[in-house]
Design a protein around this ligand. Structure first.
Ligand code: GLU
Ligand code: MG
Length: 676
């Protein structure tokens, strides 16, 4: 969620007058950063994960599992504890950090310091994640448990789903019929974000997820639990006339989406060029990892016919006006904007020759004046397009105390716009006054129930990122096909029921390149080992995952210009991951070939294999995704009436089971390997 500034937030009617000010200074701040860091080179691979949790409070007598709204106290306690640990050890680096998130029932944790590319660091991730969870757990009340489940199944049901209970009848920020004001992190940023999105949009947000229709679901399904009598806000009469669709689960507030938990992984790149290449390569990977990590089939007390959170969050922060959504001709607003601020990427950003402009085939409006300004400053047109596309958005939260900033020493206005563009992948310039380099954040994955799984998916993504760079893989697909993949990835059981667009030939001209050990992209090398063995000239193995990979040069006769439509096909995720005939060996095989270029000891390989095995078994279906496991748990519960409803009792038992699985006291052999 980014850093929280303190101050007095402006309501939308005041904030909007500063939108241009924030954009103009945001761009100045970006340009200052650019001038200082565009030639920065040789940064090592550092990377880290972010894990989001929700905290559940158990009423064991009443058999109710509720969201605990004690975030403020819990974070204060955890911060005090981690500060003490840091001062005891004298090294704050090894002590994890806990952060606030949108929901007053949420926590987020990151490792105390980033992991390096060393195998020992990579193999320590699970322990690091477990350590963080243990800490959180230890300082909660005895009846509270932190969960890494993506969506809380009964958020927004009638009755008691929070501890303490709050009446949802006066949700002044969101105007929700379902979620009380107190569900939101009380820091001024969050209620203001909620209210200003609604005010800017001109109505409440509105999300309709298709309902999973079971054998005894009433048809047509008109949700009897929507408390329309709470219509105290002006939007609701209108909402009642059409907001809640038949056969859907209707949700009407930011908290339904931003109350979800995910797993993100951020990489530091060698330099800006490599960061841009990695960003582009990860854009088509994002939907695949979403399908693989799908974990959220339950919403507002019902089973949905989708498995993922993505569209819910996208809808719940959609601040576009009717004009911007194309429902009215443009009059007050400047752009028709096809996507919400939380959405899949619309533009590739690398200036690599393999990036063909035809791939950017979805409408991605941009601010011409900002684009011109960036270009005038020497930013190439591709990056200028990206930044000026992000900057079509208005800043939603502005604090009166921080309107005027020192643009040399602050990136706050830049971050205001950047950090409220929540896309599948984020390109992150170095922060001011820090040692951090150019970074790329991978954001699509759903958080998994156990840290073993969270470690496995993080490790898979970091290894894949190295294989992509080491072999110069070209994964480009037209963005419209990536968007289609995002839609497919969220469908029920997408991993097995859907096919995904994927590139036919991922290798550079002339075939797969071999990982080499010398950085050719920086004058000062980030990798010190020689390319080949002085003895026999074979590529030398390394002990470490790293940055700074040599690039494939453009072929002398130019890039082959096949029609773009001939470059991709539709494959199952199994084919993408395990390969298809001889033409494409599959992502796993590429990861293994990459691992062969490392000097891995047998013991390390066995440990790594444990994680890769999980991802493989999820892919081939011998283990279920979290979404499938959760859906089946509900459907086979003795109290389930085959009516799509997740009752209080089922929810309670599900959360008990999820906790037992996490602690390893309950086996779920169709979901996790035995004995993890
Ligand atoms: N919780 C959000 C999600 O599930 C991400 C919020 C963030 O950017 O940290 O995608
Ligand atoms: Mg977060």
């Amino acid at each position: 969620m980014g850093l929280l500034s303190l101050g007095t937030p402006l309501a939308w009617d005041d904030a909007k007058h500063y939108a241009d000010h924030v954009r103009t200074h945001g761009i100045t701040q970006f340009l200052n950063i650019w001038d200082r860091t565009k030639d920065r080179c040789g940064d090592e691979l550092l990377w880290g994960d972010e894990i989001e949790y929700f905290v559940v409070s158990f009423d064991n007598e009443g058999k109710n599992a509720r969201l605990s709204l004690r975030q403020t106290e819990i974070l204060a306690k955890l911060t005090a504890i981690t500060n003490d640990m840091a001062s005891d050890r004298g090294e704050s680096d090894s002590v994890p950090t806990f952060h606030p998130e949108y929901g007053r029932f949420m926590l987020e944790s990151t490792p105390g310091s980033p992991y390096t590319g060393s195998l020992s660091d990579i193999l320590s991730i699970e322990d690091d994640m477990r350590h963080r969870r243990r800490l959180a757990r230890k300082y909660l009340k005895p009846d509270e448990i932190p969960y890494t489940l993506t969506s809380f199944p009964r958020l927004g049901v009638p009755g008691v789903f929070t501890d303490p209970y709050f009446d949802p009848s006066d949700a002044k920020s969101s105007h929700s019929l379902f979620l009380p004001e107190e569900i939101t992190n009380p820091h001024a940023r969050f209620p203001t974000l909620t209210a200003n999105i609604r005010r800017r949009r001109g109505s409440k947000v509105s999300i309709n997820l298709p309902l999973y229709i079971d054998s005894r679901t009433p048809r047509p399904f008109v949700d009897p639990t929507i408390p329309w009598q709470r219509n105290i806000y002006s939007e609701d009469p209108e909402a009642k006339r059409g907001a809640a669709l038949v056969d859907h689960i209707y949700m009407d507030a930011m908290g339904f989406g931003m109350g979800c938990c995910c797993l993100q992984v951020t990489f530091q790149s060698c330099n800006v060029t490599e960061a841009r290449r990695l960003y582009d390569a990860l854009v088509p990977v994002a939907p695949l990892m979403l399908a693989l990590t799908a974990a959220s089939p339950l919403w507002r007390g019902y089973i949905a016919d989708v498995d993922c959170r993505w569209d819910v969050i996208s809808g719940c922060v959609d601040d576009r006006t009717e004009e911007e959504r194309g429902l009215k001709p443009l009059k007050e607003n400047r752009f028709r904007i096809p996507k919400s601020r939380y959405s899949s990427v619309s533009l590739y950003i690398s200036d690599h020759w393999e990036h063909r402009q035809e791939y950017n085939d979805v409408e991605a409006p941009y601010d011409q004046a900002i684009y011109d300004r960036l270009q005038k400053h020497g930013i190439d047109s591709i990056l200028a397009r990206h930044i000026s596309h992000l900057f079509i958005r208005d800043p939603i939260v502005i604090f009166s105390e921080t309107i005027d900033q020192d643009d040399m020493n602050s990136n706050d206005h830049f971050e205001n716009i950047q950090s409220t563009n929540w896309q599948t992948v984020r390109f992150k310039p170095p922060p001011v006054n820090s040692t951090i380099g150019w970074r790329v954040e991978f954001r699509s994955m759903e958080v998994q129930m156990t840290d073993f799984e969270n470690a496995a998916f993080s490790i898979f993504v970091v290894l894949l990122s190295r294989a992509i760079l080491a072999f110069n893989l070209n994964l480009y697909l037209p963005i419209s096909k990536v968007d289609e993949n995002m839609a497919r990835a969220q469908k029920r059981n997408a991993l097995h029921s859907q096919r995904f667009f994927f590139r036919k030939n991922v290798f550079p001209p002339g075939g797969p390149s071999r990982p080499e050990s010398r950085c050719s992209s920086c004058s000062s090398s980030g990798a010190s080992s020689p390319a080949t063995s002085p003895v026999d000239g074979t590529p030398r193995k390394e002990r470490k995952l790293r940055n700074c990979w040599p690039d494939v040069p453009r072929p002398p006769n130019g890039a082959p210009a096949k029609p773009v439509e001939d470059e991709y096909e539709e494959l199952s995720l199994q084919d993408i991951m395990f390969g298809k005939c001889d033409a494409f060996p599959g992502l796993f095989s590429l990861v293994y070939t990459y691992l062969d270029s490392l000097e891995i000891e047998e013991e390390e390989r066995v440990k790594l294999e444990r994680y890769l095995e999980l991802v493989k078994r999820r892919t081939d279906g011998t283990l279920k995704t979290a979404a499938t496991w959760i859906r089946e748990f509900v459907r086979s519960h003795p109290a389930y009436r085959s009516d799509s409803v997740v009752s209080q009792e089922i929810n309670y038992d599900l959360l008990v089971a999820a906790d037992e699985i996490e602690r390893g006291v309950r086996q779920a052999p169709d979901f996790l390997p035995q004995g993890i």
